[in-house]
Design a binder for this molecule. Structure first.
Ligand code: COA
Length: 318
């Protein structure tokens, strides 16, 4: 199967910084409870002028600007995929609006995808398939969410976890950049749920059985990673960075311990963003790239898990 590589990244944090103390004015909670249970210190919420579409466009624009700085052109883009479970509209899809706002070619494949927090990884797998057929083109993959619009601020066990934002990556076919991935689904409508548009009403709130989700996640991360390593032949020690869905620092610490990997090799920025679902991995990659943490040739393991229930992992070379 064709290899792929990420050749540019971008992100668009939502405008409003909401600290735990700020949230504690709206919800019966405290900075101490949230920080010790989750590692989250603050998150960002979309401002009145923002929604998933505007965040997706902002992140996509930043990634395309970086692409152009590297001497490539937006006319090379042949696919736009937006992973989200909180789209601003069902039709047109967010991907179509990104195409229009960025002035991308019309002869491209545009689609929103929903695999909740695993969505960015599912998107990478689709990019691999699309680029296998058109290796001369590029794919623009965005993860974007405005989850603050979908939470019930009366449900303190759930609303404190999430944040809004978007991250984007430009993906190219790369014969010398092997890509391995594995995915899974356990259909479940109870443990983590967002009912979507209901007759006579807007989207229902996200609801969750927190402890069940925790148990699921600490199992899903090592399982997904083991399935990928079985394909690639790499060992855990070959991996320079583990970039996982940013849901909860304790979940990532559990996974690191279960695999015997030092926690320092797990990148974490959830203290500042909370859980941004499909946006969390591309935001993390963009932040790591900007901080100079990612060096060409490094081996990355990405892992996602969430609603569906879904999970996935992917190994790629930076
Ligand atoms: N502030 C203060 N107290 C809170 C609270 C909050 N925000 N949310 C819940 N509590 C209380 C509960 O009411 C409960 O009180 P009680 O013992 O008097 O009944 C107590 O804290 C323990 O609640 P519980 O839900 O058992 O806490 P927990 O230790 O399981 O932590 C989560 C809750 C949500 C932080 C944790 O289960 C978790 O992180 N799960 C994974 C969620 C996740 O990552 N989802 C997205 C995956 S993509």
């Amino acid at each position: 199967m064709t290899g792929i590589s990420i050749i540019a990244t971008g992100s668009q944090p939502a405008a409003q910084v909401v600290t735990n103390d700020h949230l504690a004015k709206l919800v019966d909670t405290s900075d101490q409870w949230i920080a010790t249970r989750t590692g989250i210190r603050q998150r960002r919420f979309a401002g009145p002028e923002e929604d998933t579409t505007s965040l997706a466009i902002g992140a996509a624009r930043a990634a395309v600007e970086q692409l152009e700085k590297a001497g490539r052109g937006r006319e090379e883009i042949g696919a736009v995929l937006v992973a989200t479970f909180s789209p601003g509209s069902l039709v047109p899809s967010t991907a179509c609006l990104v195409q229009r706002e960025l002035g991308l070619p019309e002869d491209l494949f545009a689609l929103d995808i929903n695999a909740a927090c695993t969505g960015f990884l599912s998107g990478l797998r689709l990019c691999q398939g699309l680029l296998a057929q058109q290796p001369e083109r590029l794919a623009l993959l965005v993860g974007a969410e405005a989850i603050s619009r979908l939470v019930d601020f009366g449900d303190r066990g759930t609303c404190i976890l999430f944040g809004d934002g978007a991250g984007a990556a430009v993906v190219a076919a790369g014969p010398d950049r092997p890509f391995f991935c594995a995915f899974g689904t356990r259909g479940d409508g109870e443990v983590l749920r967002c009912p979507g548009v209901r007759p006579g009403g807007g989207p229902g709130p996200v609801t969750m059985e927190g402890r069940e989700v925790f148990r699921f996640a600490v199992d899903a991360i090592p399982k997904g990673i083991a399935a990928v390593l079985a394909q690639s032949g790499s060992s855990l020690w070959d991996i320079d960075w583990f970039v996982c869905h940013q849901a909860n620092a304790r979940i990532l610490a559990h996974a690191a311990k279960a695999m015997g990997v030092p926690e320092e090799r797990f990148f974490m920025d959830l203290d500042r963003y909370g859980n941004t679902s499909a946006a969390s991995i591309p935001i993390a990659l963009d932040e790591m790239a900007k901080k100079g943490l990612l060096k060409k040739g490094q081996r990355l393991m990405l892992a996602g898990f969430g609603g569906g229930l879904t999970w996935g992992a992917a190994e790629l070379i930076w």
